[in-house]
Design a protein around this ligand. Structure first.
Ligand SMILES: Nc1ncnc2c1ncn2[C@@H]1O[C@H](COP(=O)(O)OP(=O)(O)OP(=O)(O)O)[C@@H](O)[C@H]1O
Length: 990
């Protein structure tokens, strides 16, 4: 071993997990022999020749770009080809297994449809619920793909039992560990997705998680094969003689208050019934000792959860005094250091992983004992605050189970000890800080959780890219500059995997670069609204599946000789590797570490026990690892060239900054998308409101316009009805002389009325309608004009009505309608102006209307204009007793009735206004009629553009006309009754 060059940091960083096994290496013989003892294991592949680790100056490295002309023209292989090449490059390499576990819906959760649909045992489709529920998918806030298919090694649906899940995912790893091979299992997912449930399990029968089941299976399998425990595992692969402290369980605090806290948090004994009966057949030529340790990575520090809790009551350093009724305790713990595993422990490894220095480990004899320790670790995790908030685990919990396997036949064989590890990691929730709305300490926690998970992702990405590069170089070996491509040169160009950027990755690094198997469990809660977060988790899993690891048996150690008891100085050191002590360290004096203080409030009592609820505030003091430890870390790393080391650090730093910037950019992008979406939604809402307002005003305007036109048409006498056959009121007043005649006729009318009353009395029937005096006068005039003799006095007189002109009402203000409104107003003004003009120059205006069917009559009449009788009037000459107007409307429907009530009121008003208002001159009326006609022509023009609305308008107009006719009839009837009533009154008066 002394002849082997010591590894350097830089050289070890550039190594990767899947080296090419080019030539058999005699250095691996011990390991090969150990592996060959396992019948189930595949024959161990020849170990690679250890490459020399001499470092070249940076500028001479082959990561400088070769000119394009010198580069071999190779078509870039596809991702699938690359993956296969990676797998083929090393027969032992296998991808990380990724299993998906879908959490069932719990009772209290909303029953929204899940956005994750399994489409086979290995593939799942994820569809963004926003796309299915939201009518406007273009405004998605999500930055994730709307729909994607992800593949896994296996997918476990929500109804999967814990037993099934354990058997398919973890049992193979337990078998590996019993056969001397290390393995890693970690759960990844957002908060509340079931990670802790998967690892630790529930409280119901049959819900034990993979950790208690693992312990059960291990002890079931080694039943009767327990070793004597003379050695304990150290670091990653080393062994050293054990001592009595290894079997002494950690002490709970002797501080009474603290003991009370622990007691209150202790949930009682684990259910005894939930024991997995599975046993794996193991090589019975070996004996086994099992060790357990439990660590947590919290706020980028590693803590031992099985260390003795040191507590003091009512101690306040710089803090406020305790409040009455509340206890305050100070608990302290110290962060542990990660150190590189010495090359002497695993001489065949190209890269040495790191171990947690000072992490306590306990030898366990039964599964129950192990579970009790795990439970204590969980308790510490809660007391120290990372689980005090039951909503979420804020730390990464790591349970490390180590098994030392020694040959039974030759117990003193110095090459017969093998240490294998199984690490089960329950990662903290992977949600982003932005969504958890955390502040202060929680924000820091979340930041550190994100950081460690982000670095884990980075490590995987770099590993994948390195493995691809290497696979390509192997695929094209011999195609280099000089006709050869040296894989060793390619290895030098590989990127540094940033394991050191996070304590989590640093402590797990050995599993990715060493000879272990790795399993990733992706927990997902499809009922959660965090589609983006879960989508991120799925991408992470896809990435993990593209990384290969090289499972192989752990190195077999030479067991150190057991010293005589008299030489035991309390705690033995390994015979080859010495833990650095502060005394051996050089360097300046280090200032004492003040540590980090925070408060954890724990509620005690209450619930089923019925005790009074009290709160205890714990002040947790977390001391950093000492500088000496960090220095010793550097010492272990044996830096050779400080400049190169600094440059590597700089590269790592820059890489980290780049990732941070990318993370920030992603968050900003998501926020911006969200803002834009909200703004767009607001705008759409406003537009919607505006348009509906406009639509309403348009409808109202149209309605009023139609009414007004109908009025104008009536005024122009253009509709067929008894009323419209009558001459207009205005015509009767063309001269003062005529007015006198009218007065005369009124007198006559009075006498005739009395006659007609008599007639009615005689016949007993209703007399015919009696026209008003004005109508009679008008009739006389018209007959005079026609050269006829005035009609007999008994001829009924006409009722002359005049409606006031109702202009178009001003429409409601609406955006974009200004132009139209202006046009309407201008039209109104124009009409008035035209009317004025027309008073002065009537003829030219009238002559212009060529297509008006009344043009000829207009030109003739001028002064003697007689309104043309409507078609019905033409067919049936006016009788002396005109029939009451009959409703000729097609179908008197409910709509009509409604119109009557509405339009009737208007008509009545208009009738009343007849007497009050100034009569409209005949020309004006004609003009109004013409303008109404021209409007209808306009409408016909519009009809070409909008074929539906004008048609409807016409229908409405027809209905309205009919309605008005009805109203007129009612008015006529009322008037007649009034006349009869007046006569009766007069007669009575006489
Ligand atoms: N497969 C399952 N079957 C039934 N209940 C489950 C299942 N998975 C999870 N649960 C329940 O869902 C809840 C949340 O699970 P759990 O605490 O394991 O989530 P988590 O991912 O570990 O959250 P955190 O990251 O915050 O620790 C628990 O009440 C747990 O009992």
């Amino acid at each position: 071993m002394a002849s082997k060059p010591a590894p350097t940091r830089a050289s070890s960083r550039s190594k990767i997990a899947a080296p090419a096994k080019a030539a058999p290496a005699p250095a691996r013989t011990t390991r090969t022999r150990a592996a060959s003892k396992q019948p189930e294991d595949p024959p161990a592949a020849p170990a690679p020749k250890k490459p020399t680790t001499s470092r070249k100056p940076l500028e001479k490295r082959d990561n400088i770009d070769v000119p394009a002309a010198a580069k071999p023209k190779v078509k870039p292989p596809s991702a699938r080809a690359l993956k296969q090449a990676v797998l083929q490059s090393d027969r032992e390499a296998e991808p990380i297994m990724a299993y998906l576990r879908i959490r069932p819906r719990l009772g209290e959760e909303p029953s929204s449809s899940p956005y994750l649909i399994p489409i086979s045992d290995t593939a799942v489709k994820m569809a963004d619920p926003q796309d299915t529920q939201n009518a406007r998918p273009q405004y998605r806030a999500s930055v994730a793909q709307p729909s994607s298919i992800y593949t896994f090694s296996h997918i476990f649906p929500p109804n999967t039992t814990q037993q099934d899940f354990f058997t398919k995912t973890t049992l193979p790893l337990v078998k590996d560990v019993l056969y001397g091979q290390s393995a890693l299992l970690f759960t990844y997912g957002v908060t509340n997705s079931g990670k802790t449930y998967t690892v630790q399990g529930g409280t119901e029968k049959g819900t034990a998680g993979i950790l208690p089941r693992t312990l059960d299976v291990v002890f079931n399998s080694i039943e009767g094969l327990h070793g004597d425990g003379k050695y304990r595992p150290v670091r990653l692969y080393g062994v050293e003689p054990s001592d009595s402290s290894d079997s002494t369980p950690p002490q709970l605090s002797t501080e009474p208050d603290l003991a009370e806290v622990f007691q209150s948090l202790d949930q009682g004994a684990e259910p005894e019934f939930d024991i997995d009966p599975t046993a794996i057949p193991v090589d019975r030529n070996h004996e086994y000792t099992v060790w357990i340790s439990y660590a947590e990575v919290y706020n980028e520090k590693v803590y031992d959860l099985l260390a003795d809790a040191k507590g003091e009551s009512d101690i306040h350093i710089d803090g406020p005094a305790p409040r009455a009724g509340n206890k305050s305790l100070l608990l302290s713990r110290k962060a542990l250091t990660l150190r590189p595993s010495p090359a002497t422990d695993n001489p065949d490894a190209e890269i040495n992983g790191k171990y947690i220095s000072g992490l306590r480990q306990f030898r366990i004899h039964s599964a129950a004992q192990a579970k009790a320790l795990v439970k204590l670790g969980n308790l510490h995790r809660r007391v120290f605050g990372t689980l005090a908030n039951r909503e979420s685990s804020r730390s990464h919990g790591m349970v490390i189970i180590k098994i030392i396997r020694g040959h039974r036949g030759d117990r003193n064989d110095p090459t017969a000890l093998q240490v294998s590890r199984l690490t089960l990691v329950d990662l903290a929730g992977s949600e982003r800080t932005k969504h958890t709305h955390t502040t202060g300490d929680r924000l820091k926690e979340a930041g550190n959780i994100n950081k460690s998970l982000m670095v884990l992702g980075q490590c995987m990405e770099v590993l994948r890219s390195n493995q691809r590069k290497l696979a390509m170089s192997l695929a094209h070996e011999g195609a280099g500059k000089s006709g050869r491509m040296d894989t060793r040169d390619v290895k030098r160009t590989l990127a540094v995997v940033p394991f050191r950027h996070s304590k989590l990755t640093e402590s797990l690094m050995d599993y990715f670069v060493g000879d272990s198997r790795a399993v990733m469990i992706v927990n997902i809660n499809p009922y959660d609204t965090g589609y983006d977060e879960n989508s991120h988790v799925m991408k992470f899993a896809s990435l993990a599946r593209e990384i290969t690891v090289t499972p192989a048996a752990a190195p077999v150690q030479k067991a150190p000789p057991i010293p005589a008891p008299s030489f035991l100085p309390g705690k033995l050191k390994g015979h080859k590797f010495k833990e650095p002590s502060p005394a051996t360290l050089k360097g300046p004096e280090v200032a004492p570490n003040p540590g980090y203080r925070r408060k954890v409030t724990i509620s005690m009592g209450g619930g089923e026990r019925g005790r009074v609820v009290s709160q205890t505030t714990l002040e947790v003091l977390e001391e950093d690892e000492t500088r000496e430890d960090q220095n010793s870390d550097d010492e272990d790393d044996e830096p050779e060239n400080p400049l190169v080391d600094a440059l590597f650090d700089e590269i790592e730093n820059l890489r980290y900054q780049l990732f941070e910037a990318e993370m920030r950019a992603a968050i900003i992008e998501a926020e911006t998308r969200e803002e834009v979406m909200l703004e767009m939604e607001e705008r759409m809402r406003l537009m919607e409101q505006k348009h509906s307002r406009r639509l309403m005003s348009e409808m109202e305007r149209n309605e009023m316009k139609t009414d007004a036109k109908i009025d104008m048409l009536h005024q122009g006498g253009l509709f067929a009805s008894p009323m419209k056959t009558r001459p207009t009121y205005a015509e009767s007043y063309e001269s003062e002389d005529e007015e006198e005649d009218v007065e005369m006729s009124l007198v006559e009318c009075a006498s005739e009325e009395s006659d007609s009353d008599d007639e009615m009395n005689i016949s007993g029937t209703m007399p015919p309608r009696s026209p008003s005096p004005l109508a009679r006068k008008e009739k006389m005039l018209s007959e005079k004009q026609l050269g006829k003799k005035p009609a007999a006095p008994s001829t009924p007189k006409m009722i002359i009505q005049k409606r006031t002109f109702i202009p178009d009402p001003s429409p409601l203000p609406s955006d974009g309608e200004d132009a139209e409104l202006t046009e309407v107003e201008e039209e109104g003004e124009d009409e008035e102006e035209e009317e004025e003009d027309e008073d002065e120059e009537d003829e030219p205006m009238e002559e212009d209307d060529d297509d008006d069917e009344y043009n000829e009559e207009e030109s003739e009449e001028e002064d003697d204009w007689v309104p043309p009788p409507p078609p019905s009037a033409k067919k049936t000459p006016r009788k002396s007793e005109p029939k009451p107007p009959t409703s000729t409307a097609k179908g008197s429907s409910a709509v009509k009735q409604r119109k009557i009530s509405k339009a009737g009121a208007g008509a009545a008003d208009r009738s009343e206004s007849v007497s009050a208002s100034t009569p409209m001159p005949q020309k004006k009326l004609r003009k109004s009629a013409k303008s109404a006609l021209s409007d209808s022509e306009d409408e016909e023009e519009e009809e070409e553009v909008k074929p539906v609305a004008p048609k409807k308008k016409r229908q409405l107009a027809k209905k309205a006309i009919v309605t008005v006719d009805n109203v007129e009839q009612v008015t006529w009837e009322a008037e007649k009754l009034n006349t009869v009533g007046g006569k009766t009154i007069r007669r009575l008066g006489n």
